[in-house]
Design a protein around this ligand. Structure first.
Ligand SMILES: [Zn+2]
Length: 415
């Protein structure tokens, strides 16, 4: 199973927006942009919402049938580990093996020694085509990379072989993710990580590093854009080089776990993809849920009341909702509106504060981040919430489709 050149990870927390999401890919196709949709949902999201992995398969199959989508599509078991992979075996055909927790744990000394021995041929100046930089590789550096990453890549090998024995190697796509950690991986580290992945015989088709800068949930990139651009370009070329050096799949490409909405780096990403003729998998996760809230607010009446109620309860349960996401949100409490103020807002005011439109002065990124992590409250509302989604399907669907198409697909993949 080969992953196409451009693929887009979409999360659908409540499983009602599959069609609206897919419509964005249909619209893109009409413009000559071919994007493969990948519906991703992690174990954490399933646990919070009370869904099971099979629900994602059902919802995506339904969307594909309804829109008569003939292209490829996939269901991603996002950020899985050996502990929970079994729940996803039947319904997923894309597995994101998350080994970030194992980075830095000491690897077996003998394994590190043989790794250094195998790759010491790269010691000295390493010049990779198309980047104006020569990396100076030392034996100590290779050892340090082995010490830091070999155990994690060994774990990826275990998870891969577990899935392979249950499903068969031809039946799924493999991603290796290392993004949920604090320290970015350098392009040189990426090169030797790919060597280790090849040694584990993992047919990796997409790899998600931790990039420099902060990738907070649902809001823009925070960091040095020039530095990110350089790192991104170097990663692209390192990957292309590693495919040839280590015999990895030709389809191997970078995966950006964006946390959604990293608008200020979309332009450098887009330019680099063109310059290096590279593919990309971009994961956007959970902002479809925020488009649901925007749609509810715009619908007014009872739907707007539900949106306001969710915010009121989110303020009351601020600590509980934010703590699981502490490393990927930055909320300035002083900039959050009070529930009393929000309760007086019109639907447009609520939508303007929430919608990620940097040109709108009413946009409030703190309000947006809090609601981003507040989906648990909507889940607890049960059918009150989901019935309202159904009643207001048209207005919500428009927000969902337009968000994906105009704010994400067009800036990254548009011509
Ligand atoms: Zn991730």
């Amino acid at each position: 199973m080969i992953l196409e050149k451009y693929s887009f990870g979409i999360g659908d927390r409540f499983g009602h927006q599959g069609k609206a999401q897919l419509q964005a890919m249909v619209d893109a196709e009409k413009q000559g942009i071919n994007i493969t949709p990948v519906w991703n949902k992690s174990h954490r999201e399933h646990t919070t919402i009370g869904t099971v992995p099979g629900d994602v398969r059902t919802a995506s199959d339904q969307a594909v049938r309804a829109l008569e989508w003939n292209g490829a599509y996939h269901v991603d078991a996002d950020h899985i580990s050996l502990k929970n992979v079994d729940l996803f075996i039947d319904s997923s055909d894309f597995f994101t093996l998350d080994v970030a927790d194992f980075i830095g744990r000491p690897a077996d000394e003998k394994e590190v020694a043989s790794f250094v021995n195998k790759y010491k041929k790269y010691v000295g100046p390493l010049k990779i085509d198309r980047i104006n930089e020569t990396f100076d590789i030392t034996k100590e550096q290779i050892k340090a990379i082995g010490d830091k990453f070999l155990l994690a890549i060994g774990e990826a090998g275990k998870i891969y072989r577990h899935i392979e024995s249950a499903k068969g190697a031809e039946k799924f796509i493999t991603e290796v993710s290392m993004d949920e950690t604090n320290q970015p991986q350098t392009p040189v580290e990426m090169f030797f990580i790919l060597a280790a992945i090849a040694d584990q015989n993992i047919p990796v088709q997409t790899v998600a590093p931790k990039f420099t800068g902060r990738f907070n949930k649902g809001v823009d990139y925070v960091g040095d854009i020039a530095r990110f651009t350089k790192e991104f370009e170097q990663d692209l070329t390192v990957i292309a080089f590693a495919v040839g050096e280590f015999g990895l799949p030709e389809s191997l490409k970078l995966s950006v776990h964006s946390g959604s909405d990293k608008f200020s780096i979309y332009e450098p990403i887009s330019m680099a993809l063109r310059e290096f003729d590279a593919g990309l998998h971009i994961k956007t996760a959970g902002t479809t849920w925020l488009e649901e809230l925007i749609g509810l607010a715009l619908a007014g009446g009872d739907a707007l009341t539900i949106a306001k109620e969710i915010y009121t309860r989110a303020i009351e349960r601020f600590g509980e909702l934010c703590s699981p996401y502490a490393t990927v949100i930055d909320i300035d409490i002083d900039k959050l509106p009070t529930p009393q103020a929000v309760n007086k807002w019109s639907g447009d005011e609520f939508a303007d504060a929430l919608r990620h439109d940097r040109s709108c002065e009413k946009y409030n990124p703190d309000f947006r981040q809090l609601l981003h992590v507040a989906y648990k409250i909507a889940a607890e509302m049960g059918s009150d919430y989901t019935d309202s989604l159904k009643e207001n399907e048209r207005i919500i669907a428009r927000s969902v489709t337009e968000n994906i198409y105009y704010r994400h697909i067009k800036p990254i993949f548009g011509k």
